[in-house]
Design a binder for this molecule. Structure first.
Ligand SMILES: Cc1cc2nc3c(=O)[nH]c(=O)nc-3n(C[C@H](O)[C@H](O)[C@H](O)COP(=O)(O)OP(=O)(O)OC[C@H]3O[C@@H](n4cnc5c(N)ncnc54)[C@H](O)[C@@H]3O)c2cc1C
Length: 393
């Protein structure tokens, strides 16, 4: 028997479950989410899950800010617990980017974000013993931090289910079915679901769903890694989350006495169907070196683990959130290693667009798929170098 749905969401990561939740919140009852493995099996479950507002453009800051409001009030807005920890966030840049950081902070303050530029010396109070001799400027966000990405996803899914959605794990979308120029549903490993609307939020596994539709979206799956280090003796206070643009690294507390770090040397094209899930030996050394360069007490720090996950990079390193190809098809594609923190707003924007015809929470035009064909890929004049980087960009 062919099942029916108003909307089928493909992918049970933070973005798919957020979209399903927001669709039910806007009154769509017959939502089916299909996830081929388990919830948060993709990039989401591997995420560093930094939640910061500091971007070098307004569009991403706005999505992050709308999302922060959800992370900070998750129980009331969604229900359940997203594990948000408000440890604060510091952005560090080198001297050549001092003016750019000040312009970015001013732009974010205009949006209402609680951020301010701080002197490099103040960074030493936040990271006791840190070497800030190469820091030109820093931004401080007291309200930011990190969340538990799997818990966030489970909570979105449960709230969607309570709102009437069906969450089907272990069910793979094999192809998006069309009828002429319209979406007709999804062929799954558990039969066909007829639906006029489909959202692809399949992360690094999206291309096999797009290609048969003739959609040539510039996307490449990348493997990125993290490592965890036990705190050295004497370090007892949890530190804020940090993006260190000088060392192209980002880190945050993990558990009660460890630090999780990613450096941007481990991003490489890989096959999402057979990638190595453990952290590379050489990467652990690179992480320890970057952490110790900023915070010398970590020089001999004990490695306590690490892992690798798959993200989908777009050609300009920014997400693609748009209507695609056949009528009735939407996509959250090319998460580019930065789309956990924005997932509450991305899901809401997509749901608004599908239900009301327009996204009112934020302007999604900068994320349009056509920017590549227009010859206008994303460019931030006030960037900090490393436009092709992922999380720490
Ligand atoms: C190591 C690492 C660190 C990161 N750090 C941060 C950070 O600090 N802050 C931040 O904001 N972001 C970070 N990210 C990026 C962030 O995790 C991702 O951008 C985000 O989780 C993407 O969510 P998603 O729902 O779009 O995709 P995913 O989480 O990848 O979910 C896609 C889901 O779709 C499923 N799927 C795929 N194909 C099919 C199919 N055909 N049928 C059914 N299901 C399918 C997959 O199994 C998967 O569960 C990091 C990522 C990694 C890997």
């Amino acid at each position: 028997m062919i099942r029916t749905a108003d909307v089928v969401v493909i992918g049970g990561g933070a973005n798919g479950t957020s979209t399903a939740f927001h669709l039910t919140r806007l009154g769509v009852r017959n939502v089916v989410l299909v996830e081929r493995r388990q919830l948060a099996a993709g990039a989401t479950g591997k995420s560093g899950a930094l939640v910061r507002m500091h971007y070098t453009n307004e569009a991403e800051s706005r999505l992050a800010f709308e999302s922060l409001k959800v992370f900070r009030n998750f129980g009331e807005i969604v229900g359940g617990d997203c594990g948000f920890e408000s440890v604060g966030f510091v952005q560090l840049v080198g001297r050549e980017y001092t003016a750019a950081l000040h312009r970015n902070v001013a732009r974010q303050q205009k949006l209402g974000i609680n951020t301010r530029a701080i002197a490099p010396a103040e960074v030493g109070d936040l990271l006791p013993g840190a070497d800030v001799s190469d820091v030109g400027a820093a931004a401080w966000e007291a309200d930011s931090g990190f969340a538990d990405p799997s818990a966030t996803t489970f909570a979105f899914a449960e709230a969607a289910r309570l709102g009437g959605a069906r969450i089907e794990t272990g069910v793979e979308a094999l192809r998006v079915a069309t009828d002429g120029a319209r979406v007709a549903g999804v062929e799954t490993s558990d039969g066909r679901i007829a639906a006029p609307t489909v959202v692809i939020a399949a992360g690094a596994w999206s291309t096999p769903l797009l290609t048969p539709l003739g959609l040539d979206v510039p996307l490449a799956p990348h493997r990125i890694q993290v490592a965890i280090f036990r705190w050295p003796p004497g370090l007892t206070r949890r530190h804020p989350a940090v993006i260190d643009a000088v060392h192209q690294a980002w880190f945050r507390p993990e558990g009660r006495a460890s630090t999780l770090i990613g450096v941007e040397l481990g991003s490489a094209h890989a096959d999402p169907e057979k990638f190595h899930e453990a952290v590379d030996e050489s990467y652990v050394g690179a992480c320890r070196a970057a952490l110790a360069a900023r915070w010398p007490v970590f020089g001999g720090a004990l490695m306590r683990g690490g892992w690798a996950g798959m993200i989908m990079m777009s050609a300009d390193g920014r997400p693609i959130i748009d209507r695609l190809g056949p009528d009735g098809l939407w996509g959250m594609l090319g998460d580019s290693g930065t789309s956990f923190k924005t997932s509450p707003a991305i899901g809401r924007c997509l749901a608004e667009w599908i239900v009301t015809g327009a996204s009112t929470t934020a302007d999604l035009h900068p994320f349009r798929a056509s920017r590549f064909a227009e010859g206008r890929p994303w460019h931030d004049p006030d960037h900090y170098g490393g436009q092709s980087l992922t999380v720490s960009r």
